[in-house]
Design a protein. Structure first.
Lengths: 211, 211
DNA sequence: TTTATAATCTAATCTGGATTTAATTAATTT
DNA sequence: AAATTAATTAAATCCAGATTAGATTATAAA
């Protein structure tokens, strides 16, 4: 029997990136399957060969973005750096990831709400179940991501490196500021991702270390 | 000739509030004119008596939200408080506005992208022109809002109250954290708006005043 | 009361996509 | 070559929702 796929054509990841781009520019509602397809020189219909439907496509975009974010943050948390160093690195990598690929960053911020309205996603079939599961997993991962910041702050307080703050709220504030970068960042602006990251680190670490 | 409107029924503001609520829950795309109408016991068709179309309705929601925000922040900026006091008040009122009406706050954060895609908004007629103008005005007001934070920070640096930071980036960070509150805030959570505001103030002012 | 207009409604329209279907065109393996 | 599956496509289908049309009802002013 013959097997292996035809090694030509567009890759799943190309589509995800294209989708993220269009999504950033137009938002979910305004984004057409046709728009996405056009970016990779395909027909809307072709996308259905790679993804079950529009909802799954969006989900995949966001899943990938989050996974990448986790992948770069996780090792830092597990390292044996002290809390300040960890947080510094975490902010850096996160912000640089966002500015390095604003589309995905913006999608992560903006399109999450689209996830909630289960809308279509597979009427009847087991698709719907799969969708819900993956979405829930996404939210768990998202919590996990946030928790890494929270715990790092908490441990910094425990060791006396940081002053007393509410770790949860402080973490959310940091993430808010960081995510927001994806909203306003302009590659042609005054600062690059690295510089912005430095300023955020400065802002928050200075606050945490003040006595 | 007879004149004055019938003083019965639903008010424009009721609709705007309803729209903001639905918008927060479902996002623009998933929000149906019917959904909005239902909240105020009207038919989708009836909404067209109050708003030109869906785009204009959304625009109105966001315009109102921003105007309210400006209205409460502006007098603080113009007062003769010092920079720290101003910033403290500004954050407080802003965060409390957000937590007091999460729907509008969230709409302001999330639905802005929908504005950009001119999509429909009035095909041909002068409606389109009006839409563009109002949208541009909205963005100007938005800049103005941000500028108030930026300038307050800048003047605090000038007077030596604050340490040297980049006012633009610092302002964006603050706004990011504040806007983000609208995303995660839960009325049944551990803290109320007032308390959250205090923590944010603490975070940022501590940073600004550290030496 | 009569009249003009506001506020609504019900019943069409209309249309833009999303999704399906039924081919067609590669690659890959044996 | 033959067989099998991947990748695409053009052409149809389908339908939810926005918008429009044509009444109907309520109110205020004269």
């Amino acid at each position: 029997m013959a097997r292996k796929p035809a090694e030509q054509s567009v890759h799943r990841d190309d589509i995800l990136q294209a989708a993220a781009d269009v999504l950033q520019e137009q938002g979910y509602e305004a984004t057409t399957m046709k728009d996405i397809a056009a970016r990779v020189n395909l027909t809307a219909a072709s996308l259905y060969h790679h993804f079950k439907n529009k909802d799954f496509l969006l989900l995949a975009v966001i899943e990938r973005g989050l996974q990448e974010a986790i992948k770069i943050i996780e090792p830092i948390v597990q390292s044996d750096l002290n809390a300040s160093e960890k947080l510094t690195d975490m902010v850096h990598t996160h912000v640089e990831a966002i500015t390095g690929n604003p589309s995905v960053g913006a999608a992560l911020v903006f399109e999450i709400k689209s996830l909630v309205s289960v809308t279509t996603a597979g009427r009847g079939s087991g698709d719907e179940l799969e969708y819900i599961e993956r979405r829930d997993k996404f939210f768990k991962d998202r919590d996990y991501f946030e928790r890494m910041f929270r715990e790092t702050i908490k441990s910094g307080i425990a060791t006396g490196e940081f002053r007393q703050v509410d770790p949860a709220i402080f973490a959310k504030s940091m993430l808010g500021a960081q995510n927001w970068v994806g909203v306003w960042y302009n590659p042609n602006g005054r600062f690059n991702g690295q510089e912005i990251a430095e300023m955020l680190v400065d802002t928050f670490l200075t606050s945490l270390k003040a006595r």
